[in-house]
Ligand binder design. Sequence first.
Ligand code: F6R
Length: 367
Amino acid sequence: MAASPSETTDLRLDPETIAAVDASDMLGDIVGLPEHLRDALWKVESANLQPWDSPGGLVVAGMGGSAVGGALARAMLGDHASRPIFASRTYGLPAWTTPDTTVLCASYSGDTEETLACYEAAGALGATRVAVTSGGKLAELARADGVPVLPVAGGFQPRAAVAYMTVAALEAARLCGAGPRMGAEIDVAADHLEQLVVEWGAEGAEDSEAKTLARALYESVPVIAGAGLTSPIAYRWKTQFNENAKMPAFTHELPELCHNEVVGWNDAPALGRFAAVFLDDSDTHPRIKERIALTRELIGDGATGTHLVQSRGNTAVERVLSLVLLGDLVSLYAAVLRGSDPTPVDVIDTLKRRLASGSGGPGRHQP
Ligand code: F6R
């Protein structure tokens, strides 16, 4: 149950207050991002896979927290991606998948049915397969088929294994000839993130950017906009608001939203409390920067607030991960302000269970 504004406005976001709500220490997993990156690098290097050539590029097949690694890897590689890299979040593979394509099947649990369907489809098409998983059916099938498995650390919620999924996608891109080696950039980004953890973490100032944004957003529906490199991060913010803070949240991208969504803000106050967040980056096209400024001005009356958030760091890897860390912390703090344990995702578990037992399918609905 969400706490009322009067109960939470003055709530401090210090380690003790957070621990009282965050029973499974999601905060620890979020601020562990730098360490996870280093461990993930070590794990993929230890797997010691030899490169191969996939002129058709890379498809990263996965869902939810396991899919995000492919999209973030694509953003980090930017112009350094020499072949298509595509994140597929459904039961099937893109129609252009051929034996010349590598398919990375990413499922933290190893039991996600959409990803398992992609694994089978990739095998039937003769595509080169790689898996990244902590176990489950996917690990079992891969072992039986001689498909290489990139390991991830166990014991996380899938969405908290974002470092492992991203490093695995970068490694798959390198192995199949779609991207360069990124180990050095990841190491530098891990060091950079350590500093941001100090600034934005629970021990940081009460008026840090992360805590201030959480206070501004936790009682509104966040509508998060990205552009280019920040688009997949906007989607990560949305999903982290959903799963950690148990709040509805939506995402869109520029410049497209200037051609439709911008009109929808007109009547927003009559429908609810909506806040706009724009994720910006040093590499954002200058005209898109102008569009952000204008859009903020034009929708201002319809929103409970409009917020501009800047990525931090030099390389694309640093900048992407800085915004991932910030969004993860903001969603965690929003959960605490709402008095809601960030870790459990009961509805997802119920949905998967009911699908598995056949009680949720078409025609089984009670009228
Ligand atoms: C839960 C989460 C979910 C899962 C998704 C797929 O923390 O983030 O979005 O990632 O349900 O499950 P896995 O990752 O096990 O394939």
